[in-house]
Design a protein around this ligand. Structure first.
Ligand code: ING
Length: 303
């Protein structure tokens, strides 16, 4: 009996600064309802799917920064999303800025959760690879202050048994690092849920701008093939508060083939029936454990 999971990448167009969380949640609920109508069991939303990508802005006031974070999930303004998903019987993955109080200490992470079809949070991940800078760079057309606003993720790369699949999450810049996929693949991960906010322009290295879409796809195809995993990647796309972000949401098979791709820069669903058993061809056939030579890889974990 093949293990088929029908999954949607739920791409979002820009979220404006003036858009309230309830207004954004309405967009997310609309996409969930459409995904359910098309027989999806799971929908993947982008990184920071509840707010504009605020690390693109220099913000001094900590209270303003924290206003873009969730101190509880679900919270008063996101509860309706979890309730509607449970009513529909569809699971989802949601990227959000996490604010957590640990005694006297307030900690902030760029996070994501995976939610079962009954509305329960069954997986939690905190972005490990934070790109950008902690200092203000006023001569840049926009900032990337994730290193200033967030801590690196401290949960490692966990894999969860959900939807009948070994499922992991990555967030945005993680997808560029082969180590991210290896840490998941070596746990038998079959399905990676991934959201991103990727500007087309890289102020310090503008020579990469023309290749932004190519590097995005290259990273996903390599990660999928080299670890025999499905990857569902959902963009926050379009020009968001003046920053042009690539779209290119896609679903990549364990073969490395792109099987579904967004064609707009707005809210868009792309759907595929993912046969989880295809992973075996690559996990066992091309990259079998018996061919792995750990004794030669020591450098990979040396600082
Ligand atoms: N954004 C970008 C990303 O990795 C970036 C930052 C773009 C870094 C291009 C290097 C090159 O897609 C986030 N949010 O990580």
């Amino acid at each position: 009996m093949p293990r088929i999971l029908t999954i949607a990448a739920a791409q979002l167009g820009p979220i404006t600064r003036s858009e309230t969380r309830p207004q954004v949640v309405e967009r997310l609920i609309g996409l969930l309802q459409q995904a359910k109508q098309h027989g999806c069991e799971l929908a993947v939303f982008p990184e920071c799917a509840l707010t504009p990508f605020f690390p693109h802005w220099w913000i001094e006031d900590q209270a303003e920064i924290d206003s873009y974070c969730e101190s509880s999930l679900p919270g008063p303004e996101t509860q309706s999303l979890f309730e509607e998903a449970a009513r529909l019987g569809i699971g989802f993955c949601l990227g959000y800025a996490e604010l957590v109080q640990e005694g006297e200490q307030t900690r902030r992470f760029n996070s994501a959760v995976v939610v079962e079809q009954d509305g329960r949070i069954v997986g939690h991940y905190r972005k490990v690879h934070l790109p950008g800078h902690a200092d203000h760079r006023p001569s840049n057309p926009f900032q990337n202050l994730e290193k200033r606003f967030f801590e690196p993720g401290d949960l490692g790369f966990p894999v969860f048994e959900v939807f009948g699949a070994k499922t992991g999450m990555l967030i945005c810049n993680d997808r560029r690092w082969p180590e991210s996929y290896r840490c998941l693949g070596l746990q038998g991960c079959e399905l990676v849920l991934l959201g991103y906010n990727t500007p087309r322009h890289y102020p310090e290295y503008p020579e990469t701008d023309r290749l932004a879409d190519f590097h995005h796809q290259l990273s996903l195809q390599a990660g999928a093939y080299q670890n025999g995993m499905w990857i569902v990647a959902a963009a926050k796309a379009g020009v968001e508060e003046g920053v042009e972000q690539i779209g290119g949401s896609m679903i990549v098979a364990p073969s490395g083939e792109v099987v579904a791709r967004a064609t707009t820069l707005g809210d868009e669903l792309l759907i595929h029936r993912c046969d989880l058993d295809l992973c075996r061809t690559y996990k066992e056939g091309v990259f079998p454990a018996r061919n792995r030579r750990v004794e030669s890889y020591g450098r990979l974990t040396q600082t």
